[in-house]
Design a protein around this ligand. Structure first.
Ligand code: ATP
Ligand code: MG
Length: 333
């Protein structure tokens, strides 16, 4: 029986953080057995806003691969592959740019937010503005129907489906399937600074490789409710970063609901909820950090795994590229 295909991935801009864990890694672990899963180390996409720092993009390839393995991605079940070494993705990206308008790219809400967050002003790298077309190439080249991603990515999947429909319409048959985003219920994890999104580039993340001291310091510095000055005062749970994180990582939902009620009523201090969060994060990250350190001692093994995965992915993506070129009726030698 053929399993549904998943394509997902991460930009190689730095080590992954707990936002990735809550936002996408947890779902990817869940899908390993039931789906045929490809994980893309997106180094080409990382360059769209990091062309000035190619060394970081290169070094992060291994960092992200280590994070995958450390959280439990099994390379025998999921294929880990390198974007820049899959030429069909670059070729399809160029082709797809003809199936999308600049106005549509500029209207994409994710792109709008990211342009703002990166402070590009009018100096937007062309590759950055166009990355939704490249992401459409990634997803469709694998013929993925399921894409487990964070909530910020939903508009990109919508744009992918638009492009796929246009290609199918010109070809006169359904070459490319529609893809569905699978978004976790915990939503987008805010940064430790309270900003709307924890991100590698934002300097507001707790890495999956963070040391116990770093975790402890990050939790202590976290924002709560600025008006909750005394333990006995009623406090706000909504918009309280510590509760956002507890929502994402505390598995004891009943106790968490009680704590929220007590916090709202008054009588529960910030230090108590922070202690609870710190214990949960230390217990989550500790084993990941240890496994990662052990794997990092043998980088050649990790590189070999990426090479094998990339070869498998190359066959798949080359075949789709050929099918599209044929389907559109372009000249072929
Ligand atoms: P960068 O700052 O370089 O863009 P990033 O931290 O945003 O890095 P990406 O590689 O762009 O990470 O995102 C990879 C995946 O992780 C996407 O599916 C994204 O939705 C998800 N993700 C990233 N940050 C978060 C977050 N804070 N909460 C939930 N999901 C997240
Ligand atoms: Mg991002």
């Amino acid at each position: 029986m053929t399993r549904p295909i998943i394509l997902t991935g991460d930009r190689t801009t730095g080590p992954l953080h707990i936002g990735h864990y809550a936002g996408s890694l947890r779902n990817r672990l869940r899908f390993q057995d039931s789906h045929e899963q490809f994980l893309l180390l997106a180094d080409t996409q990382a360059l769209t806003d990091n062309a000035h720092a190619p060394g970081r993009v290169r070094d992060s390839v291994i960092e992200v691969a280590l994070d995958y393995l450390a959280v439990g991605i099994d390379p025998e079940k999921s294929t880990i592959c390198l974007q820049s070494h899959l030429p069909a993705l670059a070729e399809l990206s160029m082709l797809y740019l003809n199936f999308v308008t600049v106005a549509r790219l500029e209207r994409n809400p994710t792109i709008k937010d990211e342009i703002h967050a990166r402070g590009f002003g009018r100096d937007i790298p062309a590759g950055f503005l166009c990355y939704p077309a490249a992401q459409a190439a990634d997803i469709t080249a694998f013929k993925a129907t399921v894409v487990p991603v964070g909530e910020d990515q939903a508009p990109l999947i919508e744009q992918t489906n638009e492009i796929a429909r246009r290609i199918n319409a010109v070809a006169g048959r359904n070459i490319l399937p529609q893809a569905r985003a699978v978004i976790p219920r915990s939503g987008r994890l805010p940064g430790v600074d309270g900003k709307a999104k924890m991100s590698k580039s934002g300097g507001n993340a707790i890495a999956l490789s963070a040391s116990p001291d770093t975790i402890s310091a990050a939790v202590k510095a976290m924002f709560t409710d600025p008006n909750h000055l005394r333990v006995e005062n009623p406090g706000k749970v909504e918009g309280n970063v510590v509760f956002n994180y507890l929502d994402a990582f505390d598995e004891d939902r009943a106790t968490l609901d009680e704590l929220k009620a007590r916090y709202r009523r008054g009588g529960l201090g910030d230090s108590a909820i922070k202690r609870r969060l710190e214990d949960i994060l230390q217990a989550l990250i500790g084993p990941i950090r240890e496994k990662r350190a052990a794997l990092a001692r043998d980088p050649a093994h990790v590189i070999e795994m990426i090479r094998r995965g990339t070869e498998k992915a190359r066959c798949r993506t080359d075949a789709t590229r050929r099918e599209i070129v044929e389907g559109l009726g372009l000249f072929m030698l």
